[in-house]
Design a protein around this ligand. Structure first.
Ligand code: HEM
Length: 410
């Protein structure tokens, strides 16, 4: 039966953008292609799912009509307007305040800081790869993809190694998707808020904060007013949410594909110049963030439908990246695309991801180190590999890593 809530004249398509089953079955890209044909889709929950590349870009860039709202994924379906302002994540903050806070946050990802990270990252990846080679069966999800983003985030935030274990744990157990106002969370907030609140208090107690990022946040004045502790803690928590989960997904997709495609492994081993193309094509074909959400701030006619103030809009980044009008054979994985960076995996407009360079660095270095030390990765017969993309799940990616022969062994 035609669902009456669908835009007029459109066939009924069954699709729930939040279906947790996608972690097992993979994203139904054929269904998304059907939705792109009819342009926009009304979900059973009453949200508008926007599927085409141009529409997705337009929603992301029109920050006046479409405000980011991560309420639903943090257990608060009523949305951003019901969440205390000091708990608004950077993406949810309206201009001009957003720009002022974003400037402080991006200082932690300067090219100088990333250049300092590179040798340390190479070193830590080298140790992880040696440990995986020594194991009878390596798990490239748990032992590589999970560990690298937590290490990198601790570096950019100027925190010591003790933070790495916390970041990994919070990514595993869902802490990163909680705010103090999420259901069943204590008033002190999730564990990450408690951690950052204590760290902030310790930094404030020093004659001069020793942590560069904290110093910037403490000393900042917006219209002459400092940020509150709660605001600072919220943004530190959000940095981990935005930088750990997402990059872990990207790395898992990359390693999973490499393990399952020995020819691809050889291509990259023979020509390291292809690694960047591999990473971009993965970001496009297998977007780690498949969708993001917006709330209409006013009535707006968009994509052929009348959206009302307060409507939720699901922004189909993963679908946009497969749009055939932009990417020939959009569902195929190809290293020879003429426009490898034309994807929307990092968003668009004034909220475009400030961590993109860091994520790309983690991907490139971790693959280079693998290729330097490992001759080939053998998939394990009978093992069930997660779908690609499988961003939602924490699934193992098992492999036997065969080391390169040391010169003396030949
Ligand atoms: C492969 C890894 C990553 C992907 C796919 C990704 C994706 C995205 C996307 C799609 C957005 C825009 C969301 C929206 O407009 O609703 C975004 C924003 C953001 N990302 Fe990333 N991200 C990644 C890594 C990182 C890293 C490593 C960091 C931190 C170091 C980071 C920090 C942020 C922040 C703070 C925002 C909000 C920016 C703003 O609202 O101005 N991301 N990211």
């Amino acid at each position: 039966m035609q669902d009456q809530s669908q835009p007029q004249g459109q066939a009924w398509i069954e699709f729930d953008p939040h279906d947790p089953g996608f972690a097992e079955t993979g994203i139904p890209f054929d269904t998304l292609a059907q939705i792109r044909e009819q342009r926009v889709y009304r979900t059973a929950a009453g949200a508008w799912y926007v599927a085409r590349h141009d529409d997705v870009a337009a929603v992301l860039t029109d920050v006046d009509a479409f405000r980011a709202d991560l309420g639903p994924i943090t257990g608060i379906p009523a949305g951003v307007e019901t969440i205390p302002a000091e708990q608004h994540y950077l993406s949810e903050i309206a201009e001009p305040r957003h720009k002022a806070i974003r400037r402080l946050i991006t200082a932690s990802m300067s090219s100088a800081r990333l250049a300092r990270l590179e040798p340390r990252l190479r070193d830590v990846c080298g140790r992880m790869v040696e440990a995986m080679i020594a194991a009878p069966v390596a798990n490239l999800h748990d032992d590589y993809a999970m560990a690298i983003p937590a290490f990198a985030m601790a570096h950019v935030m100027d925190l010591d190694e003790s933070a790495v274990a916390h970041f990994t744990a919070w990514s595993w157990d869902g802490t990163l998707l909680q705010r103090p106002s999420s259901p069943d969370v204590s008033s002190a907030g999730p564990a990450s808020h408690v951690f950052f609140a204590e760290y902030l208090a310790a930094q404030r107690a020093l004659p001069e904060p020793s942590n560069d990022l904290l110093r910037l946040l403490i000393e900042a004045r917006i219209d002459g007013v400092p940020l509150s502790d709660a605001e600072i803690v919220t943004q530190l928590h959000f940095l981990i949410q935005a930088g750990v989960h997402t990059t872990r997904a990207l790395l898992t997709h990359l390693y999973n594909r490499l393990v399952q495609d020995p020819a691809l492994w050889r291509t990259l081993a023979d020509d390291r110049g292809m690694i960047d193309r591999f990473v971009e094509e993965s970001l496009r074909r297998d977007a780690p963030v498949q969708r993001t959400t917006r709330r209409c701030t006013r009535h707006i006619d968009f994509a052929g439908v009348a959206m009302r103030k307060g409507d939720l809009v699901e922004v189909g980044i993963g679908s946009a990246n497969h749009d055939e009008t932009r990417f020939e054979e959009g569902a195929s994985f190809r290293l020879d695309r003429p426009n490898p960076r034309a994807h929307l995996a990092f968003g668009a407009g004034s909220h475009i991801c400030p961590g993109a360079a860091l994520a790309r660095l983690e991907a490139r270095i971790s693959i280079e180190v693998l290729l330097d030390r490992v001759e080939r990765a053998e998939a394990i017969a009978g093992a069930v590999y997660p779908p690609i993309p499988g961003s939602l799940g924490h699934k193992p990616v098992p492999a036997r890593l065969v080391p390169r022969a040391a010169a003396g062994d030949i």
